[in-house]
Design a protein around this ligand. Structure first.
Ligand code: GLA
Length: 434
């Protein structure tokens, strides 16, 4: 298929990637799925890319030219995400809802014939050349390359080819450490660029699974599919619904008038990665004790029946996961009614479960949720992402304002002596070639 000239239909390069996407997964979803959607049907790079991504394309091309002295062959973009509801349900085979946001990571890339693999990042402002030979996890200045390297390492596992040499530049407008999953955005934007530049086109769910493979096997985080799935399947004004067992991906319209506000505490538990892995282990142990592979296969009755055999902590973790999966299902139904008050109640209930059962909240996050719960025009609030620090997401009506958000931040500053960042987010489209 010939590439559309820049500007045709609002798009720049449009590869065969979209054709592969079109043909993918015309399954027959049951229950939850049949209520809410058509899944895997929307190739994001058929939609006109959003203004923010368009600006980013121009910035990427100009910066690439400046740094590498030539034009990039491909420019891609992948968004960050907000975890809407479904905390720690993904790696337990459950369902989860997330929103892709109007900020993300852009990648510009061109092949090299000498085998050198050079990176330039807006964060470090210098060229980092990977050592020749096998890929090696980097620390220090080059550690941001681990996400792209993970993708390069994953490609052969999917019977795909990695480019031999390249110049790669990335720019991000995602706030660092806000729990908005910049790592998944880098993985998807780089993955799309590596595939595009080598003339390989895969279904969107493959791109998502490549990103997860990179995170699990190269970066070394036993995360589920949430972050990559939302970044890959995001759709403006929609939430992405993932049944993590398939995985299967779909979208649910976000009721009109709903606004996202993120309060980033910049706090992070020193052992956050270890604690995530520990929760993962506890969940797997609970599943094993109940004789199921993943917690999604257990029922509340099974959990109560096995209570005597489970440690109190394993019981708590499993109860959180089972109840949270039920909340996601309830949420899908409520979203279809457009009842934002009921939506908000489920969000805050999810936070309370994280706080008391899964114990991945912190005093800072709890304070924000408590304060937001008392604030007019807020439907609900909860920690977003892995927890143990990070950010709280609030769903509000359109009257909630920067001023009201500042009042929440003031109360926080009075208690903790530091101010959270306030980010008013819009939803955005998923990963695309720009
Ligand atoms: C992190 C992980 C996700 C998910 C969430 C918790 O964001 O990357 O896979 O497990 O935590 O829901």
């Amino acid at each position: 298929m010939p590439r559309l000239p820049a500007g045709a239909g609002g798009m720049g390069a449009v590869p065969k990637f979209r054709d592969a996407l079109r043909q993918k997964n015309q399954g027959s979803p049951a229950n939850l799925w049949s209520i809410c959607f058509y899944f895997q049907s929307r190739p994001a790079n058929l939609s006109p890319f959003p203004g923010a991504a368009h600006d980013m394309r121009e910035k990427l091309v100009a910066q690439f030219q400046k740094v590498f002295g030539r034009a990039p062959e491909v420019v891609t973009h992948a968004p960050g995400r907000i975890e809407f509801i479904g905390n720690h349900t993904d790696y337990n085979g459950g369902t989860v809802l997330g929103a892709s946001i109007d900020r993300g990571v852009g990648v510009a890339l061109a092949n090299r014939t000498d085998g050198q693999r050079r990176f330039f990042s807006g964060h470090t402002n210098e060229i980092f050349t990977l050592p020749t030979g096998p890929l090696q996890k980097q620390s220090g200045q080059g550690s941001y390359t681990n996400y792209a390297q993970g993708v390069l390492a994953a490609l052969p596992a999917f019977a795909l080819r990695a480019p031999d040499g390249f110049d790669c530049l990335d720019l991000s407008d995602l706030p660092v450490g806000a729990g908005l999953s910049s790592s998944a955005a880098i993985e998807l934007a780089s993955g799309l660029a590596f595939l595009e530049v080598t003339g390989q086109f895969v279904p969107r769910d493959t791109l998502v699974r490549i990103g997860k493979h990179a995170e699990n096997n190269f970066v070394g985080v036993p995360c589920g599919i949430l972050d990559q799935g939302v970044s890959g399947f995001g759709k403006k004004d929609h939430l992405v619904l993932i049944d993590c067992r398939g995985p299967r991906f779909g979208t649910v319209p976000l009721p009109a008038g709903a606004h996202f506000w993120v309060f980033n505490t910049h706090t992070k538990h020193a052992l956050v990665d270890g604690l995530y892995a520990e929760r993962h282990r506890e969940c797997m142990e609970a599943a094993q004790t109940m004789g199921v592979k993943l917690l999604v296969k257990a029922t509340p009755a099974m959990l109560e029946g096995a209570r005597g055999k489970l440690s109190p902590l394993a019981y708590q973790r499993a109860r959180h996961v089972l109840e949270e999966i039920a909340r996601v299902h309830a949420m899908v139904k409520v979203l279809h009614t457009g009842d934002l008050v009921a939506v908000g109640r489920l969000l805050t209930a999810s936070h309370r479960s994280s706080q008391t059962l899964f114990e991945n909240s912190t005093a800072e996050l709890d304070f924000l949720v408590d304060t937001l719960e008392q604030t007019p025009h807020v439907y609900g609030a909860r920690l977003t992402g892995g927890g143990f620090g990070g950010a709280v997401m609030a769903l509000t009506d359109g009257v909630f304002s920067q001023e009201k958000a500042q009042a929440v931040a003031d109360a926080y500053a009075k208690k903790f002596g530091a101010r959270p960042d306030i980010l008013h987010m819009l939803t955005g489209d998923g990963a695309a070639v720009l």
